[in-house]
Design a protein around this ligand. Structure first.
Ligand code: GLU
Length: 470
């Protein structure tokens, strides 16, 4: 680990106790963007000190989510649990310099202390009873914890890059435990030691951590270490203003992937959810790196708007590369029954992709719209499509089939042939296209009929038409 580097270093420090939710992803994104904007480094620290609640599966989900969002890290992932010895060393250092002390309170004593405080209407806090007491009075056979000898006068001030100056009177904070009696570090202590050792210069995280920051600052000060700059970003709420939860819709990053969102759309949405630059809405990765600054992070809580994300996703689908979208669609169709997914279907989907993607807002919609290209005759018919195939329509299909049999299979030639056919038989183009669409797709919606026919190719198109004409 590098120490004392002057370059800017940020980190994302998730606890692997659950999903990578959308709030965590935004925190990671802001850290990533800021480090890239200033040419610094972006690091990942997995805060797995709580061995009971941390799981490897959750760590995997976090890594997968970050990779999917394209938030690449610059150094090896640091696992907080592997650093417990170092956390203890620092606690003992504080003890030696008189900045910390041993506390022999039993769990029972602490419980009584809490109850009494609550009964007297005070906030439950440690009363400092071992702060100045002679260790010679320690009860036998009890293992002590180590507590920080926190300043009791004055105030602890944080110049937050988002929240501005925030302060708390030191009298309001008790002497926190930094090393438990079983020798394990507390979370607040571990974070400070790790941030210091990793050379973190900027801590960007959710504003639910602001109260922790005062305590962490006290540890930095006790060690005489340089403090990082802090930026506490407002949380994300649901559209109703309540804390974002499952009932608002997807909250896990991988669930958004499942639902057919592109990572760049999710990143763009998350960026705008809490940061703005004029009225710029569509901001791709490069532009985000160029423009992002913590100074432009909003102070107010933001609200998750799924409709807005979906619209943005549609914009990114239209911008996306057709080969990539084809791969995405094929992957999704692989889970659907009754499809023939070979190279032929892939070629058809790729051929029609420029038109298909114009209408889709998610990859799920895109895959569903493309599925007909991978079906086999006889096609399943939606009731509305079935209704199109009247006896008269079947006669028409027979004639259109013949006309198409004699044309080139380019989009332009097909278009010309269909127009010619409509004109020669005194029909509007739509009257010809509707039964054709039903015959070729089994539905009543598809991209332009000429492009659809061309994508299917002569043999398949004619087979579908004659099957529907029967
Ligand atoms: N591990 C904390 C969390 O997942 C973040 C701590 C931090 O960023 O300092 O909420």
């Amino acid at each position: 680990m590098t120490q004392g580097s002057t370059a800017i270093r940020t980190r994302f420090a998730p606890s692997p106790t659950g999903l990578l939710h959308i709030g965590g992803a935004r925190t990671a994104l802001f850290n990533y963007l800021y480090s890239r904007h200033v040419g610094g480094a972006f690091l990942l620290r997995v805060e797995d000190t709580d061995r009971e609640r941390s799981t490897d599966a959750a760590t995997q989900v976090i890594l997968e989510g970050l990779d999917w969002l394209g938030l690449t890290r610059d150094e090896q992932t640091v696992f907080q649990s592997s650093r417990a010895d170092r956390h203890a060393v620092v606690a003992y250092q504080l003890l030696e310099t008189g900045k910390a002390y041993r506390c022999w309170c039993s769990a029972e004593e602490l419980r009584q202390m809490r109850e009494q405080a609550v009964a007297e209407g005070r906030s439950p806090r440690y009363d400092g009873r071992w702060r100045d007491r002679d260790p010679a009075e320690a009860p036998a056979g009890v293992k002590p914890s180590i507590r920080l000898k926190a300043p009791q006068e004055g105030e602890t001030v944080v110049e937050d890059m988002v929240q501005g100056t925030v302060r708390v009177a030191n009298a309001e904070m008790d002497d926190m435990i930094i090393l438990r009696s079983d020798g394990t570090p507390t979370y607040l202590h571990a974070v400070v030691v790790d941030d210091h050792d990793m050379g973190i210069t900027h801590v960007i995280r959710g504003d639910d951590h602001l109260t922790n920051t005062f305590r962490q600052v006290q540890i930095f000060q006790a060690m005489g270490w340089d403090q990082p700059r802090f930026a506490h970003i407002p949380l994300i709420h649901g559209a109703d203003g309540a804390k974002l939860s499952k009932r608002h819709g997807a909250v896990s990053v991988l669930e958004f992937r499942e639902q057919g969102f592109l990572p760049e759309a999710v990143c763009n949405y998350l960026l705008r959810l809490g940061w703005s630059h004029g009225d710029l809405e569509v901001v791709d990765r490069d532009e985000a790196i160029r423009l992002f600054d913590i100074a432009d992070v909003n102070r107010g809580a933001s609200r998750m708007d799924y409709a807005k994300l979906t619209n943005l996703n549609g914009i990114y689908i239209r911008k996306a590369d057709d080969d990539r979208l084809t791969r995405e669609v094929l992957q999704r169709l692989a889970h659907q029954p009754h499809l023939s997914l070979g190279s032929i279907a892939a070629a058809r989907i790729r051929a029609l992709m420029p038109q298909l993607k114009e209408r889709a807002k998610t990859l799920v919609e895109l895959a569903n719209a493309a599925a007909f290209l991978a079906r086999v005759v006889p096609l399943p018919m939606e009731p509305k499509a079935e209704a199109q195939l009247t006896a008269e329509a079947k006669l028409l299909l027979r004639d259109v089939g013949s006309a198409l049999g004699e044309t080139d299979f380019t989009v332009a030639a097909i278009d010309a042939a269909l127009r010619g056919f409509a004109e020669a038989t005194g029909r509007k183009l739509g009257q010809v296209a509707q039964p054709l669409r039903a015959a070729l797709t089994g539905s009543t919606v598809s991209p332009g009929i000429d492009a659809t026919i061309a994508a299917l190719g002569r043999e398949e198109a004619l087979a579908r038409i004659s099957a529907a004409a029967r």
